[in-house]
Design a protein around this ligand. Structure first.
Ligand code: ADP
Ligand code: MG
Length: 606
Protein backbone atom coordinates (compact mmCIF):
# COMPACT_ATOMS: atom_id res chain seq x y z
CA UNK A 1 0.00 0.00 0.00
CA UNK A 2 1.29 3.40 -0.89
CA UNK A 3 -0.33 6.47 0.57
CA UNK A 4 0.31 9.51 -1.56
CA UNK A 5 -0.87 13.09 -1.96
CA UNK A 6 -3.14 13.41 -4.96
CA UNK A 7 -2.07 15.74 -7.73
CA UNK A 8 -3.94 19.05 -7.96
CA UNK A 9 -5.84 18.25 -11.12
CA UNK A 10 -7.33 15.13 -9.52
CA UNK A 11 -8.23 17.06 -6.37
CA UNK A 12 -9.93 19.64 -8.53
CA UNK A 13 -11.87 17.00 -10.40
CA UNK A 14 -13.07 15.56 -7.13
CA UNK A 15 -14.12 19.01 -5.96
CA UNK A 16 -15.86 19.57 -9.29
CA UNK A 17 -18.03 16.57 -8.49
CA UNK A 18 -19.61 18.58 -5.71
CA UNK A 19 -19.54 22.13 -7.00
CA UNK A 20 -20.22 21.54 -10.66
CA UNK A 21 -22.94 18.98 -11.02
CA UNK A 22 -24.39 20.29 -14.27
CA UNK A 23 -24.18 23.25 -16.67
CA UNK A 24 -26.54 25.30 -14.48
CA UNK A 25 -23.99 25.10 -11.66
CA UNK A 26 -21.26 26.51 -13.93
CA UNK A 27 -23.58 29.32 -14.96
CA UNK A 28 -24.45 30.07 -11.35
CA UNK A 29 -20.80 30.17 -10.24
CA UNK A 30 -19.75 32.39 -13.13
CA UNK A 31 -22.65 34.82 -12.71
CA UNK A 32 -21.96 34.98 -8.98
CA UNK A 33 -18.36 35.90 -9.77
CA UNK A 34 -19.56 38.66 -12.07
CA UNK A 35 -21.87 39.98 -9.36
CA UNK A 36 -19.02 39.89 -6.84
CA UNK A 37 -16.97 41.90 -9.35
CA UNK A 38 -19.66 44.65 -9.23
CA UNK A 39 -20.81 44.09 -12.81
CA UNK A 40 -23.92 45.99 -13.91
CA UNK A 41 -24.39 44.04 -17.13
CA UNK A 42 -24.04 40.27 -17.36
CA UNK A 43 -24.57 38.33 -20.58
CA UNK A 44 -24.93 34.57 -20.61
CA UNK A 45 -24.88 32.30 -23.63
CA UNK A 46 -25.33 28.53 -23.75
CA UNK A 47 -25.00 26.18 -26.69
CA UNK A 48 -26.48 22.69 -26.65
CA UNK A 49 -27.80 23.18 -23.16
CA UNK A 50 -24.35 24.30 -22.03
CA UNK A 51 -22.63 21.08 -23.01
CA UNK A 52 -20.54 22.47 -25.85
CA UNK A 53 -20.29 26.09 -24.74
CA UNK A 54 -21.08 28.38 -21.83
CA UNK A 55 -20.05 32.00 -22.16
CA UNK A 56 -20.45 34.59 -19.41
CA UNK A 57 -19.43 38.18 -20.10
CA UNK A 58 -19.49 41.00 -17.58
CA UNK A 59 -18.44 44.62 -17.22
CA UNK A 60 -17.07 44.17 -13.70
CA UNK A 61 -13.72 45.09 -12.18
CA UNK A 62 -11.72 42.56 -14.19
CA UNK A 63 -8.42 40.83 -13.35
CA UNK A 64 -4.84 41.52 -14.41
CA UNK A 65 -2.54 38.81 -15.76
CA UNK A 66 -1.31 37.79 -12.34
CA UNK A 67 -4.82 37.63 -10.89
CA UNK A 68 -6.11 35.53 -13.78
CA UNK A 69 -3.45 32.93 -13.15
CA UNK A 70 -4.12 32.92 -9.43
CA UNK A 71 -7.86 32.72 -9.91
CA UNK A 72 -7.66 29.21 -11.33
CA UNK A 73 -5.54 27.93 -8.45
CA UNK A 74 -7.28 25.89 -5.83
CA UNK A 75 -8.56 27.88 -2.81
CA UNK A 76 -7.40 31.15 -4.35
CA UNK A 77 -9.89 33.90 -3.61
CA UNK A 78 -9.92 37.66 -3.23
CA UNK A 79 -13.00 37.45 -1.03
CA UNK A 80 -11.75 36.49 2.42
CA UNK A 81 -9.26 39.25 3.23
CA UNK A 82 -9.63 38.76 6.99
CA UNK A 83 -9.57 34.95 7.18
CA UNK A 84 -12.95 35.12 8.88
CA UNK A 85 -15.76 33.01 7.44
CA UNK A 86 -18.39 34.93 9.38
CA UNK A 87 -17.59 38.15 7.52
CA UNK A 88 -18.53 36.92 4.05
CA UNK A 89 -20.37 39.61 2.13
CA UNK A 90 -19.82 38.18 -1.32
CA UNK A 91 -21.49 35.31 -3.17
CA UNK A 92 -18.20 33.42 -3.44
CA UNK A 93 -15.55 32.78 -0.81
CA UNK A 94 -14.33 29.22 -1.28
CA UNK A 95 -12.01 29.83 -4.23
CA UNK A 96 -13.12 26.55 -5.76
CA UNK A 97 -15.31 27.35 -8.73
CA UNK A 98 -12.78 28.30 -11.40
CA UNK A 99 -10.24 25.52 -10.66
CA UNK A 100 -13.09 22.97 -10.51
CA UNK A 101 -14.58 24.12 -13.80
CA UNK A 102 -11.12 24.25 -15.32
CA UNK A 103 -10.43 20.66 -14.29
CA UNK A 104 -13.37 19.20 -16.19
CA UNK A 105 -13.59 21.38 -19.31
CA UNK A 106 -11.73 23.61 -21.74
CA UNK A 107 -11.71 26.98 -20.01
CA UNK A 108 -10.70 30.37 -21.36
CA UNK A 109 -10.64 33.45 -19.14
CA UNK A 110 -10.19 36.82 -20.79
CA UNK A 111 -10.14 39.88 -18.56
CA UNK A 112 -9.21 43.51 -18.41
CA UNK A 113 -9.24 45.74 -15.34
CA UNK A 114 -9.51 49.53 -15.63
CA UNK A 115 -6.37 51.25 -16.94
CA UNK A 116 -4.63 47.98 -17.76
CA UNK A 117 -4.18 45.61 -20.67
CA UNK A 118 -6.31 42.59 -21.38
CA UNK A 119 -4.96 39.06 -20.86
CA UNK A 120 -6.22 35.64 -21.70
CA UNK A 121 -5.59 32.25 -20.10
CA UNK A 122 -6.48 28.85 -21.55
CA UNK A 123 -6.85 25.66 -19.49
CA UNK A 124 -7.62 22.17 -20.69
CA UNK A 125 -8.66 19.46 -18.24
CA UNK A 126 -6.95 21.38 -15.46
CA UNK A 127 -3.68 22.02 -17.33
CA UNK A 128 -2.72 25.66 -17.77
CA UNK A 129 -1.69 26.24 -21.35
CA UNK A 130 -0.98 29.78 -22.34
CA UNK A 131 -1.31 33.19 -20.74
CA UNK A 132 -1.21 35.75 -23.51
CA UNK A 133 -2.13 39.37 -24.23
CA UNK A 134 -5.58 39.78 -25.71
CA UNK A 135 -7.92 42.44 -26.91
CA UNK A 136 -10.97 42.87 -24.74
CA UNK A 137 -13.09 45.68 -23.29
CA UNK A 138 -13.17 46.31 -19.52
CA UNK A 139 -14.54 43.38 -17.64
CA UNK A 140 -14.29 39.65 -17.85
CA UNK A 141 -15.35 36.90 -20.20
CA UNK A 142 -15.26 33.28 -19.13
CA UNK A 143 -15.78 30.63 -21.75
CA UNK A 144 -16.37 27.00 -20.80
CA UNK A 145 -16.27 24.53 -23.70
CA UNK A 146 -16.89 20.78 -23.71
CA UNK A 147 -17.95 20.58 -20.10
CA UNK A 148 -17.18 17.20 -18.50
CA UNK A 149 -15.11 16.04 -21.49
CA UNK A 150 -12.49 15.08 -18.89
CA UNK A 151 -15.02 13.20 -16.74
CA UNK A 152 -17.11 11.11 -19.16
CA UNK A 153 -19.01 9.45 -16.30
CA UNK A 154 -20.49 12.79 -15.33
CA UNK A 155 -21.28 13.60 -18.93
CA UNK A 156 -23.58 10.60 -19.05
CA UNK A 157 -25.73 11.98 -16.27
CA UNK A 158 -26.69 15.12 -18.13
CA UNK A 159 -30.36 15.37 -18.98
CA UNK A 160 -31.74 16.61 -22.28
CA UNK A 161 -30.47 19.90 -23.64
CA UNK A 162 -33.79 21.51 -22.88
CA UNK A 163 -33.79 20.40 -19.26
CA UNK A 164 -30.23 21.59 -18.71
CA UNK A 165 -31.08 24.89 -20.33
CA UNK A 166 -34.13 25.40 -18.10
CA UNK A 167 -32.04 24.73 -15.01
CA UNK A 168 -29.47 27.28 -16.13
CA UNK A 169 -32.18 29.85 -16.88
CA UNK A 170 -33.70 29.24 -13.47
CA UNK A 171 -30.33 29.83 -11.79
CA UNK A 172 -29.88 33.11 -13.68
CA UNK A 173 -33.41 34.29 -12.97
CA UNK A 174 -33.03 33.65 -9.25
CA UNK A 175 -29.85 35.73 -9.18
CA UNK A 176 -31.58 38.41 -11.28
CA UNK A 177 -34.39 38.58 -8.71
CA UNK A 178 -32.05 39.47 -5.90
CA UNK A 179 -30.05 41.92 -8.04
CA UNK A 180 -32.61 44.19 -9.69
CA UNK A 181 -29.99 46.86 -10.41
CA UNK A 182 -28.04 44.53 -12.70
CA UNK A 183 -29.01 44.00 -16.34
CA UNK A 184 -28.99 40.44 -17.70
CA UNK A 185 -29.35 38.67 -21.01
CA UNK A 186 -29.62 34.91 -21.41
CA UNK A 187 -29.20 33.32 -24.84
CA UNK A 188 -29.83 29.81 -26.04
CA UNK A 189 -27.56 29.82 -29.08
CA UNK A 190 -28.73 32.77 -31.11
CA UNK A 191 -32.08 33.05 -29.43
CA UNK A 192 -32.58 35.45 -26.54
CA UNK A 193 -34.52 33.57 -23.89
CA UNK A 194 -34.49 36.20 -21.17
CA UNK A 195 -33.35 39.75 -20.79
CA UNK A 196 -33.90 42.50 -18.30
CA UNK A 197 -32.72 46.05 -17.88
CA UNK A 198 -31.26 47.49 -14.76
CA UNK A 199 -34.03 48.59 -12.38
CA UNK A 200 -33.19 51.14 -9.79
CA UNK A 201 -35.90 53.73 -9.28
CA UNK A 202 -39.36 53.74 -7.90
CA UNK A 203 -41.77 54.13 -10.81
CA UNK A 204 -45.27 55.02 -9.68
CA UNK A 205 -45.53 52.96 -6.54
CA UNK A 206 -43.67 49.99 -7.92
CA UNK A 207 -40.25 49.41 -6.42
CA UNK A 208 -37.32 48.30 -8.55
CA UNK A 209 -37.56 44.92 -6.86
CA UNK A 210 -41.25 44.49 -7.64
CA UNK A 211 -40.67 45.39 -11.28
CA UNK A 212 -37.88 42.85 -11.53
CA UNK A 213 -40.04 40.19 -9.86
CA UNK A 214 -42.92 41.04 -12.14
CA UNK A 215 -40.64 40.60 -15.14
CA UNK A 216 -39.68 37.11 -14.02
CA UNK A 217 -42.75 35.86 -12.15
CA UNK A 218 -45.32 37.56 -14.36
CA UNK A 219 -47.49 40.66 -14.26
CA UNK A 220 -50.15 38.76 -12.38
CA UNK A 221 -47.76 38.38 -9.51
CA UNK A 222 -47.01 42.07 -9.12
CA UNK A 223 -50.68 42.97 -9.52
CA UNK A 224 -51.64 40.56 -6.80
CA UNK A 225 -48.68 40.77 -4.48
CA UNK A 226 -48.74 41.95 -0.91
CA UNK A 227 -45.85 43.99 0.36
CA UNK A 228 -43.95 42.18 3.12
CA UNK A 229 -41.80 44.12 5.53
CA UNK A 230 -41.04 42.91 9.02
CA UNK A 231 -38.27 42.69 11.52
CA UNK A 232 -37.63 40.57 14.59
CA UNK A 233 -34.54 40.38 16.75
CA UNK A 234 -32.40 42.09 14.16
CA UNK A 235 -33.55 39.82 11.33
CA UNK A 236 -35.25 41.63 8.46
CA UNK A 237 -37.76 40.13 6.10
CA UNK A 238 -38.95 41.86 2.97
CA UNK A 239 -40.36 40.98 -0.40
CA UNK A 240 -43.74 40.14 -1.84
CA UNK A 241 -46.32 37.43 -1.31
CA UNK A 242 -49.12 36.62 -3.73
CA UNK A 243 -52.78 36.58 -2.75
CA UNK A 244 -53.98 33.02 -2.08
CA UNK A 245 -56.28 33.08 -5.10
CA UNK A 246 -53.18 33.34 -7.27
CA UNK A 247 -51.83 29.88 -6.72
CA UNK A 248 -50.01 27.18 -8.55
CA UNK A 249 -49.75 23.40 -8.50
CA UNK A 250 -46.04 23.45 -7.77
CA UNK A 251 -43.89 25.14 -5.16
CA UNK A 252 -41.46 26.22 -7.86
CA UNK A 253 -42.70 29.78 -7.71
CA UNK A 254 -41.64 30.20 -4.10
CA UNK A 255 -38.39 32.09 -4.20
CA UNK A 256 -36.40 32.53 -1.06
CA UNK A 257 -33.22 34.47 -0.51
CA UNK A 258 -30.94 34.84 2.47
CA UNK A 259 -28.67 37.88 2.29
CA UNK A 260 -29.43 38.06 -1.44
CA UNK A 261 -28.38 34.48 -1.94
CA UNK A 262 -31.00 32.24 -3.55
CA UNK A 263 -31.52 29.28 -1.24
CA UNK A 264 -33.64 26.20 -1.08
CA UNK A 265 -34.57 25.67 2.49
CA UNK A 266 -37.17 23.33 3.95
CA UNK A 267 -37.62 25.53 6.97
CA UNK A 268 -38.53 28.51 4.84
CA UNK A 269 -40.85 26.46 2.65
CA UNK A 270 -42.55 25.04 5.71
CA UNK A 271 -43.07 28.51 7.13
CA UNK A 272 -44.71 29.67 3.93
CA UNK A 273 -46.97 26.64 3.95
CA UNK A 274 -47.99 27.24 7.54
CA UNK A 275 -48.82 30.88 6.85
CA UNK A 276 -51.05 30.05 3.90
CA UNK A 277 -52.57 26.84 5.16
CA UNK A 278 -55.80 28.58 6.01
CA UNK A 279 -56.31 29.64 2.48
CA UNK A 280 -55.11 26.94 0.21
CA UNK A 281 -56.00 23.38 -0.54
CA UNK A 282 -53.26 20.83 -0.19
CA UNK A 283 -51.11 20.62 -3.26
CA UNK A 284 -51.75 24.25 -4.12
CA UNK A 285 -48.89 26.65 -3.58
CA UNK A 286 -48.77 30.39 -3.26
CA UNK A 287 -46.30 32.51 -5.22
CA UNK A 288 -43.83 34.33 -3.01
CA UNK A 289 -40.46 36.03 -3.23
CA UNK A 290 -39.04 36.59 0.22
CA UNK A 291 -35.73 38.08 1.23
CA UNK A 292 -34.22 37.46 4.63
CA UNK A 293 -31.53 39.85 5.70
CA UNK A 294 -29.56 38.62 8.68
CA UNK A 295 -26.23 39.29 10.32
CA UNK A 296 -23.79 36.86 8.69
CA UNK A 297 -22.72 35.60 12.09
CA UNK A 298 -26.19 34.19 12.67
CA UNK A 299 -26.28 32.04 9.59
CA UNK A 300 -23.96 29.43 8.18
CA UNK A 301 -23.85 29.44 4.39
CA UNK A 302 -20.99 27.00 4.30
CA UNK A 303 -23.20 23.92 4.55
CA UNK A 304 -22.72 22.70 1.02
CA UNK A 305 -20.20 23.63 -1.69
CA UNK A 306 -22.99 24.89 -3.95
CA UNK A 307 -24.04 27.28 -1.17
CA UNK A 308 -27.76 26.84 -1.83
CA UNK A 309 -28.45 25.61 1.67
CA UNK A 310 -28.16 27.60 4.84
CA UNK A 311 -28.26 26.85 8.52
CA UNK A 312 -29.62 29.43 10.92
CA UNK A 313 -28.36 29.72 14.44
CA UNK A 314 -31.91 30.31 15.63
CA UNK A 315 -34.28 28.90 13.08
CA UNK A 316 -37.32 29.41 15.31
CA UNK A 317 -36.98 33.18 15.03
CA UNK A 318 -36.85 33.02 11.25
CA UNK A 319 -39.81 30.70 10.99
CA UNK A 320 -41.87 32.82 13.37
CA UNK A 321 -40.94 35.97 11.52
CA UNK A 322 -42.04 34.58 8.17
CA UNK A 323 -45.26 33.02 9.43
CA UNK A 324 -46.36 36.11 11.31
CA UNK A 325 -45.40 38.59 8.58
CA UNK A 326 -47.26 36.61 5.92
CA UNK A 327 -50.31 36.06 8.11
CA UNK A 328 -50.40 39.73 8.96
CA UNK A 329 -50.23 40.75 5.32
CA UNK A 330 -52.92 38.26 4.37
CA UNK A 331 -55.18 39.47 7.15
CA UNK A 332 -54.77 43.04 5.97
CA UNK A 333 -55.68 42.04 2.46
CA UNK A 334 -59.14 41.27 3.85
CA UNK A 335 -61.63 40.14 1.29
CA UNK A 336 -59.50 41.04 -1.71
CA UNK A 337 -59.38 38.31 -4.32
CA UNK A 338 -56.83 38.44 -7.07
CA UNK A 339 -57.51 40.38 -10.25
CA UNK A 340 -56.80 37.27 -12.25
CA UNK A 341 -60.16 35.95 -11.12
CA UNK A 342 -62.17 38.61 -12.88
CA UNK A 343 -59.72 38.74 -15.77
CA UNK A 344 -60.27 35.07 -16.33
CA UNK A 345 -64.03 35.54 -16.13
CA UNK A 346 -63.99 38.35 -18.65
CA UNK A 347 -61.62 36.38 -20.84
CA UNK A 348 -64.12 33.56 -20.88
CA UNK A 349 -66.92 35.92 -21.82
CA UNK A 350 -65.10 37.29 -24.81
CA UNK A 351 -65.50 34.71 -27.52
CA UNK A 352 -62.44 35.79 -29.47
CA UNK A 353 -60.00 35.87 -26.60
CA UNK A 354 -57.88 32.81 -26.04
CA UNK A 355 -56.96 31.69 -22.58
CA UNK A 356 -53.35 32.47 -21.89
CA UNK A 357 -50.88 29.64 -21.63
CA UNK A 358 -48.16 29.64 -19.05
CA UNK A 359 -44.81 30.65 -20.41
CA UNK A 360 -42.07 30.41 -17.86
CA UNK A 361 -39.65 32.66 -19.70
CA UNK A 362 -42.21 35.40 -19.93
CA UNK A 363 -43.46 34.53 -16.48
CA UNK A 364 -47.05 34.76 -17.57
CA UNK A 365 -49.55 32.46 -16.02
CA UNK A 366 -51.94 30.04 -17.54
CA UNK A 367 -55.17 31.33 -16.16
CA UNK A 368 -57.47 28.40 -16.49
CA UNK A 369 -55.11 26.25 -14.43
CA UNK A 370 -55.51 28.19 -11.33
CA UNK A 371 -58.86 27.34 -9.88
CA UNK A 372 -59.45 23.95 -11.26
CA UNK A 373 -59.21 22.02 -8.06
CA UNK A 374 -62.56 21.29 -6.60
CA UNK A 375 -63.20 21.06 -2.94
CA UNK A 376 -62.43 17.52 -1.99
CA UNK A 377 -65.33 17.12 0.32
CA UNK A 378 -68.37 19.17 -0.55
CA UNK A 379 -71.12 18.18 1.72
CA UNK A 380 -74.11 16.97 -0.15
CA UNK A 381 -76.39 17.51 2.75
CA UNK A 382 -78.54 20.41 3.50
CA UNK A 383 -77.54 22.24 6.62
CA UNK A 384 -79.47 25.26 7.83
CA UNK A 385 -77.63 28.44 8.57
CA UNK A 386 -77.17 28.87 12.24
CA UNK A 387 -79.14 31.33 14.34
CA UNK A 388 -76.33 33.72 15.05
CA UNK A 389 -76.26 35.36 11.64
CA UNK A 390 -78.91 38.06 11.73
CA UNK A 391 -81.40 37.67 8.95
CA UNK A 392 -80.21 34.26 7.97
CA UNK A 393 -82.76 32.13 9.72
CA UNK A 394 -85.39 32.17 7.05
CA UNK A 395 -87.02 28.96 5.93
CA UNK A 396 -84.95 27.24 3.28
CA UNK A 397 -87.69 27.15 0.70
CA UNK A 398 -88.58 30.82 0.88
CA UNK A 399 -89.34 32.39 -2.48
CA UNK A 400 -86.55 34.22 -4.24
CA UNK A 401 -87.17 37.89 -4.37
CA UNK A 402 -85.10 39.73 -6.86
CA UNK A 403 -85.18 43.46 -6.42
CA UNK A 404 -85.96 45.05 -3.15
CA UNK A 405 -86.01 48.76 -3.70
CA UNK A 406 -85.69 49.57 0.01
CA UNK A 407 -82.24 48.07 0.12
CA UNK A 408 -81.03 49.49 -3.11
CA UNK A 409 -79.55 52.74 -1.91
CA UNK A 410 -78.25 51.49 1.41
CA UNK A 411 -76.24 48.72 -0.15
CA UNK A 412 -74.99 50.15 -3.36
CA UNK A 413 -73.03 53.09 -2.05
CA UNK A 414 -71.44 52.07 1.20
CA UNK A 415 -70.86 48.43 0.53
CA UNK A 416 -68.17 47.12 -1.74
CA UNK A 417 -70.07 43.91 -2.36
CA UNK A 418 -73.22 45.81 -3.31
CA UNK A 419 -76.90 44.93 -3.08
CA UNK A 420 -78.10 41.43 -3.84
CA UNK A 421 -80.26 41.38 -6.94
CA UNK A 422 -80.89 37.73 -7.59
CA UNK A 423 -79.82 34.21 -7.00
CA UNK A 424 -79.11 32.19 -10.10
CA UNK A 425 -78.96 28.44 -10.48
CA UNK A 426 -79.53 28.30 -6.73
CA UNK A 427 -75.78 28.63 -6.36
CA UNK A 428 -74.70 32.15 -7.20
CA UNK A 429 -75.71 35.45 -5.75
CA UNK A 430 -75.67 38.30 -8.23
CA UNK A 431 -75.29 41.71 -6.69
CA UNK A 432 -74.97 45.23 -7.97
CA UNK A 433 -72.26 47.47 -6.60
CA UNK A 434 -71.52 51.08 -7.34
CA UNK A 435 -69.28 50.29 -10.28
CA UNK A 436 -70.02 46.77 -11.38
CA UNK A 437 -71.62 43.38 -10.96
CA UNK A 438 -70.54 40.89 -8.33
CA UNK A 439 -71.13 37.17 -8.53
CA UNK A 440 -70.76 35.29 -5.26
CA UNK A 441 -70.40 31.53 -4.90
CA UNK A 442 -72.69 31.02 -1.92
CA UNK A 443 -71.16 27.76 -0.75
CA UNK A 444 -67.58 28.99 -0.95
CA UNK A 445 -68.42 32.27 0.74
CA UNK A 446 -70.41 30.72 3.53
CA UNK A 447 -67.78 28.09 4.14
CA UNK A 448 -65.26 30.86 4.72
CA UNK A 449 -67.56 32.68 7.10
CA UNK A 450 -68.20 29.56 9.17
CA UNK A 451 -64.50 28.86 9.25
CA UNK A 452 -63.57 32.32 10.42
CA UNK A 453 -66.27 32.17 13.09
CA UNK A 454 -64.97 28.85 14.34
CA UNK A 455 -61.47 30.21 14.55
CA UNK A 456 -62.70 33.23 16.46
CA UNK A 457 -64.66 31.05 18.86
CA UNK A 458 -61.53 28.97 19.31
CA UNK A 459 -59.59 32.05 20.28
CA UNK A 460 -62.04 33.10 22.96
CA UNK A 461 -62.20 29.76 24.65
CA UNK A 462 -63.72 27.06 22.56
CA UNK A 463 -66.43 26.31 20.09
CA UNK A 464 -69.93 25.69 21.39
CA UNK A 465 -71.13 22.20 20.83
CA UNK A 466 -74.58 20.85 20.32
CA UNK A 467 -75.59 17.41 21.57
CA UNK A 468 -77.00 14.95 19.11
CA UNK A 469 -80.42 13.58 20.06
CA UNK A 470 -79.28 10.14 19.09
CA UNK A 471 -75.52 9.70 19.28
CA UNK A 472 -74.27 8.44 15.96
CA UNK A 473 -72.00 5.46 15.56
CA UNK A 474 -69.61 5.78 12.64
CA UNK A 475 -67.78 2.71 11.49
CA UNK A 476 -64.26 3.24 10.29
CA UNK A 477 -61.23 0.98 10.27
CA UNK A 478 -59.44 0.03 13.44
CA UNK A 479 -56.41 2.15 12.58
CA UNK A 480 -58.50 5.19 11.85
CA UNK A 481 -60.61 4.81 14.97
CA UNK A 482 -57.45 4.77 17.06
CA UNK A 483 -56.12 7.77 15.23
CA UNK A 484 -59.33 9.71 15.73
CA UNK A 485 -59.51 8.85 19.42
CA UNK A 486 -55.91 10.00 19.88
CA UNK A 487 -57.09 13.42 18.81
CA UNK A 488 -60.35 13.37 20.77
CA UNK A 489 -59.16 16.14 23.05
CA UNK A 490 -58.32 18.45 20.18
CA UNK A 491 -61.68 17.77 18.60
CA UNK A 492 -63.41 18.52 21.89
CA UNK A 493 -61.96 22.01 21.79
CA UNK A 494 -63.69 22.41 18.47
CA UNK A 495 -67.00 21.20 19.83
CA UNK A 496 -66.81 17.70 18.42
CA UNK A 497 -67.17 15.04 21.09
CA UNK A 498 -66.27 11.51 20.06
CA UNK A 499 -65.61 8.33 21.97
CA UNK A 500 -64.35 4.91 21.17
CA UNK A 501 -67.05 2.40 20.27
CA UNK A 502 -65.76 -1.11 20.24
CA UNK A 503 -63.26 -1.97 17.55
CA UNK A 504 -63.20 0.05 14.38
CA UNK A 505 -65.92 2.52 15.28
CA UNK A 506 -66.44 5.79 17.09
CA UNK A 507 -69.56 7.26 18.55
CA UNK A 508 -70.25 10.94 18.00
CA UNK A 509 -72.12 12.62 20.86
CA UNK A 510 -71.84 16.30 20.11
CA UNK A 511 -70.99 18.39 17.06
CA UNK A 512 -69.99 22.06 16.77
CA UNK A 513 -73.16 24.15 17.04
CA UNK A 514 -71.95 26.38 14.24
CA UNK A 515 -72.28 23.58 11.76
CA UNK A 516 -76.01 23.26 12.16
CA UNK A 517 -77.42 19.97 10.99
CA UNK A 518 -74.53 17.97 9.63
CA UNK A 519 -73.92 14.66 8.01
CA UNK A 520 -71.88 13.27 10.87
CA UNK A 521 -70.65 10.25 8.98
CA UNK A 522 -69.23 12.32 6.12
CA UNK A 523 -67.63 14.71 8.57
CA UNK A 524 -65.86 11.93 10.47
CA UNK A 525 -64.66 10.33 7.27
CA UNK A 526 -63.24 13.61 6.02
CA UNK A 527 -61.53 14.25 9.31
CA UNK A 528 -59.99 10.80 9.17
CA UNK A 529 -58.63 11.59 5.70
CA UNK A 530 -57.29 14.83 7.09
CA UNK A 531 -55.41 13.13 9.87
CA UNK A 532 -53.62 10.87 7.45
CA UNK A 533 -52.36 13.76 5.40
CA UNK A 534 -51.76 16.18 8.19
CA UNK A 535 -48.28 17.49 8.51
CA UNK A 536 -46.85 16.39 11.82
CA UNK A 537 -44.73 19.53 11.98
CA UNK A 538 -47.78 21.71 12.42
CA UNK A 539 -48.40 23.16 15.82
CA UNK A 540 -51.56 22.20 17.73
CA UNK A 541 -53.16 25.48 16.76
CA UNK A 542 -52.33 24.97 13.10
CA UNK A 543 -53.75 21.48 13.28
CA UNK A 544 -56.93 22.74 14.89
CA UNK A 545 -57.31 25.27 12.14
CA UNK A 546 -56.92 22.60 9.55
CA UNK A 547 -59.65 20.59 11.20
CA UNK A 548 -61.83 23.70 11.38
CA UNK A 549 -61.42 24.10 7.69
CA UNK A 550 -62.76 20.62 7.02
CA UNK A 551 -65.62 21.12 9.42
CA UNK A 552 -66.53 24.46 7.91
CA UNK A 553 -67.00 22.83 4.58
CA UNK A 554 -69.64 20.61 6.16
CA UNK A 555 -71.37 23.45 7.89
CA UNK A 556 -71.78 25.53 4.81
CA UNK A 557 -74.86 26.43 2.93
CA UNK A 558 -74.58 24.15 -0.01
CA UNK A 559 -74.92 25.08 -3.61
CA UNK A 560 -78.46 24.40 -4.68
CA UNK A 561 -80.17 26.00 -1.76
CA UNK A 562 -82.52 28.89 -2.41
CA UNK A 563 -81.75 32.07 -0.53
CA UNK A 564 -84.01 35.06 -0.15
CA UNK A 565 -82.96 38.64 -0.49
CA UNK A 566 -82.30 39.20 3.18
CA UNK A 567 -80.24 36.06 3.47
CA UNK A 568 -78.21 37.07 0.47
CA UNK A 569 -77.59 40.57 1.73
CA UNK A 570 -76.71 39.30 5.19
CA UNK A 571 -74.15 37.04 3.59
CA UNK A 572 -72.64 39.90 1.59
CA UNK A 573 -72.48 42.16 4.64
CA UNK A 574 -70.80 39.51 6.70
CA UNK A 575 -68.28 38.85 3.96
CA UNK A 576 -67.34 42.51 3.97
CA UNK A 577 -66.39 42.47 7.61
CA UNK A 578 -64.83 39.03 7.71
CA UNK A 579 -61.12 38.65 7.15
CA UNK A 580 -60.02 36.56 4.19
CA UNK A 581 -63.52 36.25 2.80
CA UNK A 582 -62.25 36.69 -0.76
CA UNK A 583 -61.35 33.05 -0.94
CA UNK A 584 -62.71 29.83 0.41
CA UNK A 585 -60.53 27.58 2.55
CA UNK A 586 -59.24 25.93 -0.57
CA UNK A 587 -57.95 29.10 -2.18
CA UNK A 588 -60.74 29.35 -4.71
CA UNK A 589 -62.34 32.77 -4.96
CA UNK A 590 -65.64 33.32 -3.23
CA UNK A 591 -66.68 36.08 -5.52
CA UNK A 592 -65.86 37.63 -8.87
CA UNK A 593 -66.30 41.26 -9.64
CA UNK A 594 -66.94 42.45 -13.15
CA UNK A 595 -66.34 46.15 -13.48
CA UNK A 596 -68.96 48.13 -15.32
CA UNK A 597 -66.22 49.60 -17.48
CA UNK A 598 -65.14 46.11 -18.57
CA UNK A 599 -68.69 45.03 -19.23
CA UNK A 600 -69.17 48.11 -21.36
CA UNK A 601 -66.09 47.14 -23.31
CA UNK A 602 -67.54 43.70 -23.91
CA UNK A 603 -70.53 45.32 -25.56
CA UNK A 604 -68.44 47.76 -27.52
CA UNK A 605 -69.81 50.71 -25.61
CA UNK A 606 -66.30 51.94 -24.88
P1 ADP B 1 -14.49 32.60 -5.23
O1 ADP B 1 -15.58 33.24 -6.01
O2 ADP B 1 -15.03 31.69 -4.16
O3 ADP B 1 -13.48 33.56 -4.71
P2 ADP B 1 -13.72 31.50 -7.76
O4 ADP B 1 -12.92 30.30 -8.14
O5 ADP B 1 -15.11 31.55 -8.28
O6 ADP B 1 -13.70 31.60 -6.20
O7 ADP B 1 -12.94 32.78 -8.25
C1 ADP B 1 -11.62 32.99 -7.81
C2 ADP B 1 -11.25 34.46 -7.87
O8 ADP B 1 -11.19 34.93 -9.21
C3 ADP B 1 -12.28 35.38 -7.20
O9 ADP B 1 -12.04 35.48 -5.82
C4 ADP B 1 -12.04 36.69 -7.93
O10 ADP B 1 -11.02 37.43 -7.35
C5 ADP B 1 -11.60 36.27 -9.30
N1 ADP B 1 -12.68 36.33 -10.30
C6 ADP B 1 -13.41 35.29 -10.75
N2 ADP B 1 -14.33 35.70 -11.67
C7 ADP B 1 -14.17 37.04 -11.80
C8 ADP B 1 -14.85 38.04 -12.59
N3 ADP B 1 -15.85 37.75 -13.42
N4 ADP B 1 -14.41 39.32 -12.45
C9 ADP B 1 -13.40 39.62 -11.62
N5 ADP B 1 -12.76 38.72 -10.86
C10 ADP B 1 -13.13 37.44 -10.93
MG1 MG C 1 -16.90 32.27 -7.25
Amino acid sequence: MTIRMLPDNIINRIAAGEVIERPAAVVKELVENSLDASATQIDILLRDGGRTQILVTDNGTGMNANEISLAVERHATSKLPKDDLTLVKTMGFRGEALPSIGAVSRLTITSRPHNEEAWKLFLEGGKKHILEPASHPYGTQVEVCDLFFATPARLKFLKTERTELEHALDAVQRLAMSNPDVAFTFRDGDRVRFSCNSESDLIGNESALLRRLSHIMGREFSENALDINAEREGVKLFGYAGLPTLNSNTSRHQYLFVNRRPVRDKLLNGAVRAAYQDFLARQRYPLVALFVSINSEKVDINVHPAKTEVRFRDSGVIRGLIVSALKHALAQAGHRASTTVSDAALGALKPEERVKVFDRAQGSFQKNRMFKDQSASMSDFYSPLSEDIPGLDVAPNAKISTVNSDHEEIYSVDHPLGAARAQVHETYIVSQSEDGIIIVDQHAAHERLVYERMKKALEVGGVLSQGLLIPEVVEVSDVIATRLIERAEEFAELGLIIEKFGNGAVVVREVPALLGQTDVRALINDLADDLVEMDSNLSLRERLEEVCSTMACHGSVRAGRQLNNEEMNALLREMEVTPHSGQCNHGRPTYVKLKLADIEKLFGRR
